[in-house]
Ligand binder design. Structure first.
Ligand SMILES: Cc1cc2nc3c(=O)[nH]c(=O)nc-3n(C[C@H](O)[C@H](O)[C@H](O)COP(=O)(O)O)c2cc1C
Ligand SMILES: [Fe+2]
Ligand SMILES: [Fe+2]
Length: 409
């Protein structure tokens, strides 16, 4: 972890965090970076600040010393977004430098009072407002509400064309030796793409319409470089803007020509049919993801489902309902508004059934608008006839997905 120069008089302070659940809920298998930025004009501004995930702000102060910045000399603290992963150090910082000024949106001002009792030295900024740090560094602000909270803004330094975009255009994953996305090799970039889809779908997914608006707004700014609050910095801003625009569209589908199979089984009856289903899928020349719940987390399932136009759900009945980990995964998919998917489902039951009925209940209640191929429910182990029906269901689903995705190309 080091402070690094990314543009004239502009520095990134980035810290990798691992072994936590992001927001207390979301698995991050490859970690996440928390990025803060410093602009040193005649006046010095810090954009976003570390949270307490590693016992910061001491970490931040160590990094500041690497670029010879005394925390007492910091004039402005720009809070693009009040969520504590970007602002959590304010209270301790206040003890060192009580004279700093906060720049943030009106909504963030209200949150600052509620979260930290901070009511003084705050200037609210809105779309198009500017603040001059001297030495040519004129900062201009753009409201991007709900990416991720209602308070969020992005800050553009017109001197360097750097857009400090906070949660927008970010991704999970630890930062390696370089913080620039264009320094990643092909494999690293592919890995980062998955981490970015995980971040987008798990953290920002619910707000896809607002993310889309943010992309359109930021595309109209004179941006040369995007410096997000999490993940790599983009020196070709169009790449991540286009990617974000696509990810936002996937929420309502169609997404990619892919299928996600989510399955669960208590005693192996449903699993027998899943093993058969995998063979059928392998013969269909289509990309697919497989996840077992609860072994795989909600976040992992949602990451795959986000880019999949088709879903296959396999689960047994449990106490007249759906096997609970499957039901909670589906509820979470509904809350993220993963809508308009093509879906095939099957599963085993012992006497009454009930899993398929609950599937209809959840998807209707959450307005998911999923289009179902006829489900297959079987008593105990799947027989030949049922396996045949499962094969037919999968082939019908694959054809629908391919037709939809080719219409949408
Ligand atoms: C705790 C528990 C609750 C169950 N509740 C029901 C039920 O309400 N109705 C039903 O038809 N079967 C019920 N079953 C039976 C299972 O659905 C059946 O054993 C099925 O084959 C399990 O599939 P699996 O081996 O893929 O887990 C229950 C089984 C268990 C272990
Ligand atoms: Fe956030
Ligand atoms: Fe964040």
């Amino acid at each position: 972890m080091n402070a690094k120069s990314i543009a004239e008089e502009t520095y990134v302070l980035s810290m990798n965090v691992e072994d936590i659940l992001f927001e207390g809920a979301w698995e991050i298998p490859n970690g996440v970076s928390i990025n803060s930025y410093i602009i040193k004009g005649e006046k010095t501004a810090v954009i976003d600040g570390f949270c307490g995930w590693d016992g910061a702000p001491e970490t931040l102060f160590t990094l500041l010393s690497q670029i010879n910045i005394n925390p007492e000399s910091i004039e402005y603290l720009i809070i693009n977004h009040m969520e504590p992963d970007h602002s959590g150090w304010i209270e301790k910082f206040k003890l060192i430098n009580p004279n700093f000024k906060i720049l943030c949106s009106k909504k963030a001002q209200d949150l600052l009072a509620a979260f930290y009792g901070q009511t003084e030295n705050i200037t609210c900024v809105k779309d198009g407002d500017t603040v001059d740090l001297g030495d040519g560094h004129v900062l201009s602000f753009t409201e991007i509400p709900n990416v991720h909270w209602p308070d969020t803004i992005a800050t553009l330094d017109t001197a360097t064309g750097t857009l400090f975009s906070c949660d927008a255009f970010g991704g999970f994953g630890k930062i390696g030796s370089s913080i620039f996305a264009d320094d990643l090799d092909e494999n690293e970039l592919k890995k980062y793409e998955v981490d970015t889809i995980r971040y987008f779908s798990n953290i920002l997914g619910t707000f896809s319409p607002q993310a889309k608006k943010a992309v359109l707004k930021c595309e109209n700014l004179p941006v040369k470089m995007i410096a997000p609050g999490h993940g790599y910095i983009w020196r070709e801003p169009g790449l991540i803007m286009d990617a974000y625009s696509k990810y936002a569209d996937y929420q309502k589908g169609p997404a990619k020509e892919e299928i996600t199979l989510v399955w669960s089984s208590m005693y192996g009856m449903t699993e027998k049919a899943v093993q058969f289903a995998v063979k059928v899928l392998e013969s269909q020349n289509i990309k697919f993801h497989i996840h077992q719940v609860p072994e795989d987390s909600w976040g992992t399932v949602i990451t795959s489902a986000w880019t999949s136009t088709g879903l296959i759900l396999a689960m047994p009945t449990y106490e007249f309902k759906m096997f609970p980990p499957m039901a909670s995964t589906l509820e979470e998919m509904g809350k993220k508004k993963i809508q308009n998917r093509k879906v095939f489902s099957f599963g085993s039951y012992g006497w009454s059934g009930g899993a398929q009925k609950e599937l209809a209940e959840i998807t209707t209640r959450l307005g998911m608008n999923w289009d179902f191929v006829e489900p297959v429910e079987f008593l105990g182990a799947p027989g030949e006839e049922e396996l045949q029906k499962i094969e037919n269901g999968i082939i019908a689903l694959v054809n629908e997905v391919k037709a939809l995705c080719s219409n949408n190309k």
